[in-house]
Design a protein around this ligand. Structure first.
Ligand code: ADP
Ligand code: ZN
Ligand code: ZN
Length: 668
């Protein structure tokens, strides 16, 4: 019996490709891109064939036989493997750790029962494909020009669609999709949104617009069965539109012809654990690989994308006006809290505006990016405060749940009856979260229908959607929420937005804080007045003369972005500098720092700036101390070359400290 040798990528740390023997006749070998079942460390695991070879360097007595080839599933394409390989190389992870977690779990388990059932269901799901769109509204000239530019783009064309909130970017995407689908009978389109909560709104729009086109969604709240089915529909080329969150960037799309990234500035495109990838950046690479257009849409583009547009690498298309007839951007006013002293966190001006909306039967939104009742409780007698015993943070008061909770390690305690140090029974909440604002509002406006939307109120599956539906049906007068409500939603009856406590971000150590705050304020302000009624945004602040607020009042993203970019250029920060962050955690801070110092000294390099290790701002989480080391270079290739060498040295250090390397970190 003849043999061939399969190089198989497995989901294991360190080197993740292993050779296996497979008995086969020449011409009948397994294919690159097929999944195989192999023995590994006394288990059976599923791996991905990345090469089929006549010889193996591994000594014959060390080679094991592969057990089975998953031939029901057509192989993943060479291009898909190249995408996974690029991501693995760029983010300094082994290929198998990128490629396999990118596949639905059902494909990765040794049993094939689930897979067969999926496959059967997919074969039954045979609806005729008809790309004819229905109910297309007439676009305004700016929208039409943008849709034509995207729909007609040939080859790799990165496009920044810079459109103010409510300018009808969705309609532009949909019409561009229609053009691509009409032109190419097999075309597939990938649309990414930052938040799971935004998929139902867009999914509804797409289904209504393309009743004869198969749509697949991919996000983390699908069941494993659904996820497998949707993934397979995309892999088989049947799903023509795939709508998903960041994880969908690694889906297999054999006929991908257009990528759309909505709200491209959103930090949720960055995966913050494990493989810390940027779905937006991978999407641009994928578009380049396939020589197809990619649209990055936003009212507040990331400085990276804005910079690319300014230097001509991206083409910029603009929508300067709101799409709905007579709709204009809201009037933004600053409420100076030094003059207008707030009651229960709400200034007189905001209370009056809320009252007016209630009288007129219009909706209001209050935005406060802090959940819980109060961020901390204290004892005024002795100064005790509710610190978390495991983290450098406070235990947050959750009054309705009668709990103190740490938002970082999820430690939960009953609210103490009296002070743990002095016994005083009069413990006071300090500061204000969404629950407390809700309570205050209920007392002041007993007749109003008030709804709070935050991570606490939407813990149950489906409850977030139910809450948003209530708002859309007009059954809510005042909506209070965290950043969950700030993004993308098209609330039609909303004419007032109140922004309660944005000041803290002004003085953050994080150099991206002002970019983020500005984007967040513009986004949340952009929820108001979308259906045409005059609308107002009130920003409560103690720093009314801060230039950031001035830019928000003038809706002046252009100039603000320009000045931030200039600051970044002078300070030598991204996008003018490329960064990677080595993080280490240990029970003692000194251990983590010592590891980072050794890492710093292990491989001096003239083209790279290696900073000194520092403790992370929130040093201790869940009883481990965390420190970080920043490496920088003005050349991306130089940084990449350095990291490739460095990571091997770090691995060889065999330290017991837990460490991870992040390329293009967002939070430093
Ligand atoms: P954006 O994503 O740019 O914030 P949306 O795509 O949500 O904006 O559009 C805002 C509103 O404008 C939506 O209610 C949408 O239905 C409406 N709209 C978009 N384009 C048009 C158009 N050409 N004519 C009329 N209404 C439109
Ligand atoms: Zn006390
Ligand atoms: Zn904690």
């Amino acid at each position: 019996m003849a043999h061939c040798f399969l190089e198989v990528a497995l989901d294991t740390p360190l080197n993740s490709c292993f050779d296996y023997r497979w008995p086969c006749q020449p011409g009948d070998e397994p294919l690159v891109g097929q999944l195989v079942l192999v023995p590994f460390a006394r288990r059976e695991v599923v791996g991905l064939v990345v090469a089929v070879k006549e010889h193996s360097e591994v000594p014959p007595d060390k080679l094991k036989d592969a057990l089975a080839v998953r031939s029901q599933l057509s192989p993943l394409s060479a291009r898909w493997i190249a995408l996974a390989r690029f991501a693995a190389d760029y983010y300094q992870r082994p290929l198998g750790e990128v490629a396999l977690p990118g596949l639905p779990k059902n494909l990765r388990v040794p049993k094939t029962v689930a897979l067969d059932r999926a496959l059967k269901k997919l074969a039954k799901d045979e609806t005729p494909h008809d790309p004819t769109p229905s109910g297309m509204p007439a676009l305004n000239p700016a929208q039409q020009a943008a849709a034509d530019a995207i729909g007609g783009a040939v080859g790799f064309t990165p496009i920044l669609l810079y459109g103010v909130t409510g300018s009808g970017k969705t309609e532009v995407y949909l019409q561009a999709c229609a053009q691509v689908l009409a032109r190419d009978a097999q075309a597939q389109i990938l649309i990414l949104v930052p938040e799971i909560n935004l998929t139902p709104q867009l999914e509804g729009n797409i289904r209504a617009r393309f009743p004869g086109v198969m749509l697949a969604t991919l996000h983390s709240s699908l069941s494993e069965g659904e996820r497998t089915l949707h993934w397979m529909a995309a892999h088989a080329g049947k799903a023509r539109i795939v709508l998903g969150t960041r994880l969908a960037i690694l889906s297999s799309l054999p006929h991908l012809k257009l990528i759309v990234i909505d709200e491209e500035h959103d930090p949720s495109y960055k995966q913050q654990e494990g493989l810390r990838y940027s779905a937006r950046d991978l999407a641009v690479w994928r578009a380049h690989q396939l020589a197809i257009p990619i649209v990055l849409g936003s009212a507040t583009p990331s400085l990276e994308s804005w910079h690319h547009a300014a230097t001509g690498r991206y083409r910029k298309l603009e929508l300067r006006e709101r799409a709905v007839r007579d709709a204009v951007l809201p009037t933004v006013k600053l409420v100076d809290l030094e003059r207008d002293r707030p009651k229960d966190g709400l200034s007189g001006a905001l209370l009056a505006a809320l009252r007016q909306r209630l009288d007129r039967g219009e909706q209001s939104l209050l935005f406060l990016n802090r959940r819980g009742y109060a961020p901390v409780i204290t004892c005024e007698a002795c100064g005790w405060i509710s610190n978390c015993t495991r983290c450098t943070s406070f235990m947050v008061l959750h009054k309705p749940e009668h709990r103190l909770r740490c938002h970082h390690c999820s430690l939960e305690l009953r609210i103490p009856r009296n002070c743990p140090t002095c016994g005083n029974v009069d413990l006071q909440p300090l500061g204000r979260g969404t629950q407390r604002v809700e309570e205050g509002l209920q007392a002041m406006f007993p007749e109003a229908r008030i709804l709070r939307i935050d991570a606490d109120s939407t813990r149950l599956k489906g409850s977030a959607q139910a809450a948003f539906d209530t708002v859309h049906r007009g059954e809510v007068d005042i909506l209070i929420g965290t950043q969950m409500v700030a993004k993308g939603h098209d609330f039609k009856k909303l004419t007032l937005v109140g922004i309660l406590n944005p000041d803290t971000a002004l003085f953050s150590q994080d150099y991206r804080a002002s970019e983020r705050l500005f984007a967040q304020l513009m986004q949340v302000a952009g929820r108001a007045g979308r259906a045409g009624a005059a609308s107002e945004v009130l920003v409560q602040t103690r720093y009314a003369s801060h230039p950031l607020y001035g830019a928000v009042v003038r809706h002046d993203y252009d100039r603000f972005a320009g000045s931030l970019l200039e600051e970044r250029r002078q300070a030598g920060l991204p996008p003018y500098m490329y960064q990677a962050l080595l993080r280490a955690e240990a029970p003692e801070l000194a251990t983590a720092i010592a590891f980072l110092e050794a890492a710093r000294d292990s491989y001096p390099h003239e083209a790279i700036m290696i900073n000194d290790p520092i403790p992370m701002t929130m040093t201790r989480v869940h009883n481990v101390d965390r420190a970080q080391l920043l490496v920088e270079s003005s050349s991306r290739p130089a940084l990449q070359a350095f990291l490739r060498e460095w990571i091997d040295i770090l691995r060889a250090m065999k330290s017991r400290v837990r460490w991870s390397l992040e390329v293009d970190p967002l939070d430093i």
